[in-house]
Design a binder for this molecule. Structure first.
Ligand SMILES: [Zn+2]
Length: 120
């Protein structure tokens, strides 16, 4: 591993679900479970606990979008049988798409700060 990247670069790598240290290794081995160590640079990532941070960040990011979707659905002349399932799919899809990226960014920020997570 060369030098430690800055916060913005590490968070960018986390958003791409890559190792915050090198940007080449994968950060997750499953949907939300991070790898113990980076396959490329060996950075220890498994002990970093993001806890509720990614969920909080996802809600904070999607909140304004969801308000807009709710207003659109409320005022549009779309039948309820169509608008409700469509809004549900959009919201669920957005959350599923954004949550691992937010977790990656959060883990990267904690990694830069040198934190291991709750309890330390
Ligand atoms: Zn790495």
């Amino acid at each position: 591993m060369t030098d430690t990247p800055g916060l913005a670069r590490a968070v960018g790598r986390g958003l791409r679900q890559c190792c915050p240290a090198c940007g080449r290794g994968k950060l997750f081995r499953t949907y939300l479970k991070q790898v113990d160590t980076c396959d490329v640079c060996g950075a220890a990532l498994g002990d970093i606990r993001a806890d509720d941070g990614p969920a909080w960040l996802t809600v904070l990011t999607l909140g304004p979008l969801l308000v807009a979707v709710t207003f659109f659905v409320s005022f549009a002349e779309i039948p309820l049988w169509l608008s409700l399932p469509a809004a549900t799919l959009i919201v669920t899809g957005a959350v599923l798409l954004l949550l691992p990226r937010m977790k990656g960014a959060f883990i990267a920020a904690l990694w830069v700060a040198g934190r291991k997570g709750a309890g330390e």
